[in-house]
Design a protein around this ligand. Sequence first.
Ligand code: PLP
Length: 393
Amino acid sequence: MKVNKNYKNIAQSYLFSTIAQKVNEFTKNNPDKKVIRLGIGDVTLPLCEAVVNALKLASDEMGKQETFKGYGPEQGYDFLKEEIQKYYANHNVELDSDEIFISDGAKSDLGNILDLFDKDNTVLVPDPVYPVYVDTNTMAGRKIIFTDANAANDFLPLPDNSIKADIIYLCSPNNPTGAVYNKDQLKKWVDYANENNAVILFDAAYECFITDNNLPRSIYEIEGAKTCAIEFCSFSKMAGFTGTRCGWTVVPKSLSFEDMNLNKMWLRRQTTKFNGVPYIVQKGAQAVFSDEGQKQIQQNLSYYKENAKLISDVLTKHNIWHIGGKHSPYIWLKCPNNMTSWEFFDYLLNNVQIVGTPGSGFGKNGEGYFRLTSFGSRENTKEAVERLDKFLQ
Ligand code: PLP
């Protein structure tokens, strides 16, 4: 028996364990000081009432003979896919129901989709980046090349025709930088992919934070995307489903390579390896699209957006370069006085007891940058902002 030795090549991530270790040490030595965590990437507000009611009703249905459900369709129930179709139609994207596949979240499918691609493809990943793209391809033994996201390109790298890539990851709004591609920029990637016979894996997990109607929430708003892109989306940040688990993946039927159709391949893959998201969870997700659900989730999203504005405003006041926070829960700032990411981490922890995430943990171009998030409580965010304001005077 031989094991998959590619696992030896996965970089050990010490980022969050090192953060926890440093915070624990600080609180042990300073038990009277309150530490505020603005590093979290998880939501903190509970599920909205419309979702909770739908979950309860669906649970009751499962307990009655007449309404009990066993295995459901692997690709998701029509009632949820129809709502997602309407959601896309709101921003002028027409999808067939069988182009939508309900998932247990974006992360799983971002990894699972790789079943469809040959091992010899070259993968292009922006740096800094959500680490899942790199790790899943490393596990499969694929060659990864990086494209630099930096201040010179506003952390939005564009295609370089001298580089030949087969699988391209794009994440907009971006984790960790909060940067968002506009339609012209995305069109450049779509054209590159179509011309180079490449596929784009578009991670739209944060699309719900976009407030400017001119910015694309889906890659399918761009002409030509249906022949080169797969899109991943999630109820996690949109409706607080990080612990409830539901998302969706769009694989257009017009996506064909080497006489093989990716939509058909994905259906075959899912019906073979996946037995669907629980009925109860899909009913909860359906309620997100009800009038009540939409109102309630928008309240939660506004809450996070206001937190982001508070953080962004104090940074602007003290001339600290930053992006994000507008169409994203993430604020990406340049560490003042040319501090490294970890120096700034220690500096904030020791002086104002605020915990963020060192940018260097997301790739080499993250060095010298720092990520703060708006997922904390309003009370804590306000207190953190006051501390920063006083300290940065
Ligand atoms: N994609 C990005 C860019 C993320 O930051 C995250 C989670 O933080 C995910 C995907 C995972 O989403 P899900 O909870 O749907 O698996």
